[in-house]
Ligand binder design. Structure first.
Ligand code: AMP
Ligand code: ZN
Length: 495
């Protein structure tokens, strides 16, 4: 089967490019995962949901995808040099690995609630210390790093003089960087140039997480884990690397330097960066306290929202902007998204209830075009807002067929079958939106029960047993189910 063309905005070349995988039909994708020292906030969720949609879309297009998303459990330092995980352990009086497990579990739970797929591999930095030591050694052997008092630093100046690529991804200029310090190390004076960064750090005696190495007891620099784990699971050069755009510099820039410095190759052909979720116009961030947790949003227990919103309404809100645009979380936007999401779910039910008998095909073209448009937009750098707009074209058609404004008999069996198959697939398989309202997610069971109840109501009406017919309708209405009598029978929706 031929796979549809896909275009991606590549942060490395700053151009929208036609995607060509290294091995036809296969994709290796690496996404920087969370640092598990506290609960994820909604900004993190936006980034991981965006990459989930990309993963889903690539699978739907027919690619075999190996999706690697790591867990950062060592080396990501705070200002002042303390490891984030160690700080969590200190504050919560837990073992560092207890902190890691606790917040990894929490992260997984949130990702499930948002109906995202699990990655193919979820490697942890602490499980790859040996490989990280090996990469440090390779970089040293190649002459792009130096040892100072038990720590190993990447020599950015020498690397850039020879390779001329440092700063390509982030657009930073090495001359400016030479006067800038940009890591959280205490011992800045050990570096030859301020722009150099530690790939292995000597541990103080009271440091919690440390390992033996050829340079003494220490721990790996944060950027190293992603260079090592992407190479290990996807090869020296793979297809797609992603992360939030706040990781472009220094994290991704240094990752590229480490890969080129060790094996001589650019790690990824396409770099994709998601933009930030804002609240009140400012980046949502743990360190600034400008966050809202998923739970606060679901329960409405936050001064930022007037009520609680369901996970799928929140996800729909996120999908209504392109992953590379900033997105401001506001109550009004969430209210509008909640309505849009419900309309989409109702249309699925209406589609399931349409009785089709073809007598012609004069409406085939417009139905097929509306369906084609969805994937065209998704293949244009995963343009979810446009793709959703084209789904609403389909919603309008479904409602018009249901209400008789468009003649359902004027679509062929083939087009009707395509509509019934692809429309729900676009919503669930590609966009990852599921119907939350239906009997704990068991929509088939509820459909069956409703068919039976509506049959009984029909029978009662046929027998002029108005008491029973009204009792059924009123009982359903108490469960927020509205019964509508339409041209070809009876439909129902949630009110
Ligand atoms: P961290 O756990 O801080 O390493 O972040 C995990 C991921 O969430 C990274 O890819 C970040 O770029 C991303 N991220 C952090 N804050 C936001 C935000 N406000 N909006 C979108 N993504 C974010
Ligand atoms: Zn990373």
């Amino acid at each position: 089967m031929e796979i549809k063309d896909l275009y991606l905005q590549n942060s490395l070349t700053k151009q929208k490019e036609k995607f060509t995988p290294i091995n036809e039909g296969y994709i290796g994708m690496y996404v920087c995962g969370p640092t598990v020292y506290s609960d994820v906030h909604l900004g993190n969720v936006r980034t991981f949901t965006s990459f989930d949609i990309m993963y889903r879309c690539l699978l739907y297009l027919g690619y075999k995808v190996r999706y690697v998303r790591n867990i950062t459990d060592v080396g990501h330092l705070l200002d002042g040099g303390e490891d984030r995980i160690s700080k969590g352990a200190r504050l919560e009086k837990l073992e560092p690995m207890e902190v890691v497990q606790k917040y990894t579990n929490g992260f997984h739970k949130i990702m499930d609630i948002f109906h995202t797929k699990k990655p193919s591999i979820e490697p942890r930095a602490t499980q790859h210390i040996l490989e990280q030591i090996e990469m440090v050694q390779q970089i040293l052997d190649n002459g792009y790093a130096y040892i100072k008092d038990g720590s190993v630093y990447f020599d950015t100046l020498k690397f850039n003089e020879e390779k001329k690529v440092y700063g390509n991804l982030s657009g930073r200029i090495i001359e400016d960087l030479l006067t800038e310090t940009r890591d959280n190390l205490k011992k800045q004076d050990q570096k030859r140039h301020p722009s150099d960064f530690a790939i292995w750090m000597k541990a103080d005696p009271d440091h919690l997480m440390k390992w033996n190495s050829p340079w003494g007891e220490g721990f790996p620099g944060w950027h190293l884990e992603c260079s090592v784990m992407s190479t290990k699971y996807l090869g020296e050069t793979f297809d797609i690397h992603g992360g939030g755009n706040d990781l472009k510099f220094p994290h991704h820039e240094n990752e590229i330097a480490q890969n080129i410095g060790s094996c001589g190759c650019q790690p990824s052909n396409y770099w994709l960066h998601t933009n930030m979720l804002l609240m009140n116009g400012k980046k949502m961030s743990k360190s600034d306290g400008n966050t809202i947790s998923p739970d606060e949003l679901f329960t409405g227990d936050s001064p930022h929202v007037s009520k609680g919103y369901s996970p799928m309404a929140v996800k729909f809100f996120m999908l209504q902007s392109h992953y590379s645009s900033t997105l401001d979380l506001t109550d009004d936007a969430l209210l509008a998204s909640e309505k849009g999401y419900k309309r989409l779910m109702e249309s699925l039910k209406t589609l399931g209830q349409l009785n089709h008998k073809s007598v012609g095909n004069s409406l085939d073209l417009e139905v097929n075009e509306a369906l084609d448009e969805f994937m065209n937009h998704m293949c244009d750098d995963f343009n979810t807002p446009r793709a959703i707009a084209s789904l609403f074209e389909v919603v309008t058609k479904i409602n018009s067929f249901n209400e008789g404004h468009l003649d359902l008999a004027q679509i062929s069996d083939e087009t009707f079958a395509r509509l019934k198959k692809e429309y729900p697939e676009f919503i669930d398989d590609v966009l990852g939106l599921k119907d939350e309202n239906i009997g704990g997610g068991n929509s088939e069971a509820l459909d069956g029960v409703m068919e039976l109840v509506l049959d009984l109501r029909q029978e009662a009406r046929a027998n002029k047993d108005w008491g029973t017919a009204d009792k059924i309708r009123d009982g359903l209405s108490k469960s927020k189910i509205v019964v509508k009598d339409v041209k070809d029978g009876t439909n129902w929706t949630f009110s």
